[in-house]
Write a protein that binds this ligand. Structure first.
Ligand SMILES: [Zn+2]
Length: 380
């Protein structure tokens, strides 16, 4: 049935299908839906599996900051998949974030998940990494609240999916969190303890997000210029993957915050197969805004002025360039109508650029051919 409708397949089917292969599946955060068709077309042409995703902050029952609800996001992605006849893809809920674990927050989260399931999502990332207990006497105690919240929500997803397979990602170690000495990295033992505890609760994620030196969005130098991100700690990432393997836990790593990491570095040095899912978010927003600069200068200027007026006062001491760069995502919902009613030539350019950039990501992730692997595993 899915073959005909081009609807998403389970994230677990995709990640299971590439098991043991040295490949990373791209997960693209589609803040502006126009890029989706280019990404799907490239996935199809290169025989790459792909995840389409948005985080809770980007897409929730009120529209997040992209203006999408789970339902409207799903509709857009299904439309784009159909237009390109792309079959091997998953619709993923990125960062279903829990900040406090309060009963109200947990209830609101269950409602969000219900809406995602109703909209046809096939994969879910529970992120309760904020619930780290710094007073814990051992790793288990430090992670206890995360374990409880993740278990609760994973069970909720399972019951809502009514026997259908789904992808499950969990998170230990908040991505981008810093202490006095820099970014805090996840230790192998933390990842192992976390997954063991979840498995004891009958929760079996395929993939775990860890803190390994990346940050979400752009990386800046001291003067606020965007620079390449070279901070992902590859030996630490390998050590976490090895520890998970040594403990027979069958869980791969999700690399978050890839935007800004040079693709040649990814291609030659990323531990593909240890990392099995690679999230690319801000990059796709950049593709759209870079094209707006030339194709829609009036709209781009309006977006710039709105963003600076709103966020300059909240960022004293920062240069306009960085204030805009860090906050232009908030303009997407505000300018929703204009963004989706630009000239067709603008959309052509966005799709073409998204296509070309996707080719480079798929190549550097070694994901060419992964769609066939998944197809073969589905026949077994
Ligand atoms: Zn992330």
């Amino acid at each position: 049935m899915q073959q005909n409708t081009f609807g998403p397949i389970s994230g677990s089917t995709i990640l299971g299908g590439i098991s043991g292969k040295k490949a990373i599946i791209m997960a693209a955060n589609i803040r502006i839906a126009t890029v989706a068709q280019g990404i799907f077309q490239a996935a199809k042409d290169t025989d790459s599996a792909v995840f389409m995703e948005l985080a809770r902050s980007e897409c929730d029952l009120k529209g997040g900051y992209t203006g999408f609800t789970p339902k409207t996001f799903s509709e857009k992605m299904n439309e784009a998949a159909k237009a390109t006849q792309c079959v091997i893809w998953a619709l993923h809920a990125d960062h279903i974030s829990i900040k406090t674990g309060s009963p109200e927050e947990m209830e609101g989260t269950r409602q969000l998940i219900d809406a995602q399931i109703a909209a046809g999502y096939t994969s879910f990332a529970i992120d309760a990494s904020h619930l780290f207990n710094f007073e814990g006497k051992n790793v288990r105690e430090e992670l206890e609240k995360n374990i409880i919240a993740t278990t609760d929500l994973a069970r909720h997803i399972k019951s809502g999916m009514k026997g259908k397979a789904f992808g499950l990602e969990v998170e230990v170690g908040e991505i981008g969190r810093k202490d006095g000495e820099g970014l805090i990295l996840t230790k192998p033992q933390e990842a192992v303890e976390f997954i063991k505890a979840l498995q004891e609760n009958d929760v079996f994620p395929q993939v775990i997000a860890i803190a390994n030196g990346s940050t979400h969005g752009h990386t800046y130098d001291a003067s606020g210029n965007v620079v390449e991100q070279l901070s992902i700690d590859i030996p630490q990432t390998r050590a976490v993957a090895q520890a998970l393997r040594d403990n027979h836990l069958h869980v791969g790593i999700a690399q978050h915050g890839i935007t800004g990491t040079p693709r040649d570095l990814i291609n030659q040095h990323f531990p593909k197969g240890d990392i099995i899912k690679g999230n690319v978010g801000t990059f796709w927003q950049d593709v759209v805004f870079d094209i707006f600069k030339v194709y829609e200068p009036a709209l781009y200027q309006e977006i710039q002025e709105w963003t600076l007026e709103k966020y300059r006062p909240l960022n004293p001491g920062k240069k306009d360039k960085q204030v805009f760069d860090g906050n232009c995502k908030m303009a997407i919902k505000e300018f929703f109508k204009q963004i989706y009613s630009v000239d067709e030539r603008t959309n052509d350019a966005i799709r073409a650029m998204a296509y070309a950039e996707s080719l480079i990501f798929f190549r550097s992730f070694s994901s060419y051919g992964t769609a066939s692997l998944v197809r073969a595993s589905m026949k077994k």
